[in-house]
Design a binder for this molecule. Structure first.
Ligand SMILES: *Cc1c(COP(=O)(O)O)cnc(C)c1O
Length: 387
């Protein structure tokens, strides 16, 4: 169905940060399939895990023990400092699990009409519950009635949360992105997550972080919450976890980890041997090849290089980001830059109309960043000059 406005290009193969289209033209991929292919394309560790597991066992059922699910679950919860994990097949499904978990937790404590705090400009997915949680009317329009039970506050506004806490005794959780991705690479104040943790502790709310875009090394730590030195009660992952293999995860800690019991939730495909074997290969490779550290170092270099090249440009509003999650905000809509970049052999994205979004693979090196910056800044200068 016509759910996407597709760009006029079809890719045939990839290797590392590079993609080749069906005409043999080469592109520098600075988007990674929207924060998915953190290890780049055709990484041997992913290929080997996938091929080996496909030849051994792809699927049985969650009514049996699943050894690969246990292995990935153990490694993931250890790395995240969480206790338990539910595996799903996508980000939206991981968030659905978190939303159901928060509601069940509330009902168990006698709260009949629980509400979850969510932010303006947020993005949590396209299923009915997750689009209702999303802070973007375009995602919701036409799909009413929306799922009830979400209270919206401005992002990075602690006073609004304090007010909601006073007025709404039925709030049971906060669901929020540590950095808003689709919303325009919006970074909150440095102490935002720490303060959210304090408010949640004081109010008996679950702190649920949507790390579907920020997780898996993207921001220069394995999980973005680690920059703040806090632990959430629930964290959701997907995108970078499978490097393209569909997998989502909802991790929980403490009381939140004990909410689901047999029959509360489930998934036929979720946590199958193939997806989990690939997820483990991705996580092990991130650790073994120090890719989180590379994301931090190359991300800092990317920000510096962009600022040096674009610093005084008229029409530039801000360059911001963390690790390899970078936004360049202009003072005007700039969607046409995506096509111009494509012509120039560079894959980028524009979100929130005016923000160029860069999410290159975590394996990117300095020379490739130099090329990315040279091509992109040329395009931006041209666009702002002739717009
Ligand atoms: C992409 C994304 C989702 C949705 O993930 P899907 O796999 O497309 O369902 C949810 N939250 C955030 C922050 C995302 O970036």
């Amino acid at each position: 169905m016509a759910t996407y406005n597709r760009l006029p290009v079809t890719f045939d193969r990839g290797e590392g940060v590079w993609l080749w289209d069906t005409n043999g033209k080469r592109y520098l991929d600075a988007l990674s399939g929207i924060a998915v292919c953190g290890l780049g394309h055709a990484h041997p560790a992913v290929r080997d895990a996938l091929c080996e597991q496909a030849g051994r066992l792809i699927h049985t059922s969650n009514i049996y023990g699943v050894a690969e699910q246990e292995r990935l679950g153990a490694l993931l919860t250890e790395q995240a400092g969480m206790d338990r994990v539910f595996f799903a097949n996508s980000g939206a499904e991981a968030n659905e699990a978190a939303i159901k978990l928060a509601r069940l937790h509330a009902h168990r404590r006698g709260i009949e009409n629980p509400a979850i705090l969510v932010a303006e400009h947020s993005f949590h997915g396209r299923t009915l519950a997750t689009l209702s949680a999303t802070g973007n009317r375009k995602v919701q329009a036409g799909f009413e009635p929306l799922v009830q039970g979400f209270v919206r506050v401005p992002y990075d506004d602690l006073d609004a949360i304090e007010t909601a806490a006073t007025n709404r005794p039925n709030i049971v959780a906060i669901l929020i992105e540590p950095i808003q991705g689709e919303g325009g690479i919006r970074l909150p104040s440095d102490d935002y997550l720490v303060r959210l943790r304090e408010i949640c502790d004081r109010s008996g709310w679950l702190l649920m972080l949507d790390e579907i875009q920020t997780g898996m090394g993207r921001t220069g730590r394995l999980f973005a919450f680690q920059h703040a030195g806090i632990q959430p009660d629930v964290v959701t992952l997907a995108k970078g976890l499978g490097n393209g293999m569909p997998i989502g995860a909802c991790l929980a800690r403490g009381a939140a980890a004990e909410v689901f019991s047999p029959g509360s939730h489930g998934s036929t495909f979720g946590g199958n041997p193939l997806a989990c074997r690939v997820g483990r290969a991705v996580l092990e490779t991130l650790i073994d090849e120090n890719l989180t550290e590379n994301a931090a170092a190359q991300g800092a270099y990317l920000l510096d290089s962009l600022r040096a090249a674009l610093g005084e440009t008229h029409g530039l509003v801000e360059i911001r980001g963390r690790g390899l999650m970078v936004g360049i905000e202009l003072d005007r809509p700039c969607g046409e830059l995506v096509g111009r970049a494509l012509d120039a052999g560079l894959l980028i994205n524009v979100t929130a109309e005016r923000v160029i979004r860069l999410l290159p693979p975590l394996i990117i090196d300095r020379a490739q960043i130099d090329e990315l910056v040279a091509t992109l800044t040329g395009l931006i200068h041209g666009f702002l000059g002739d717009a």
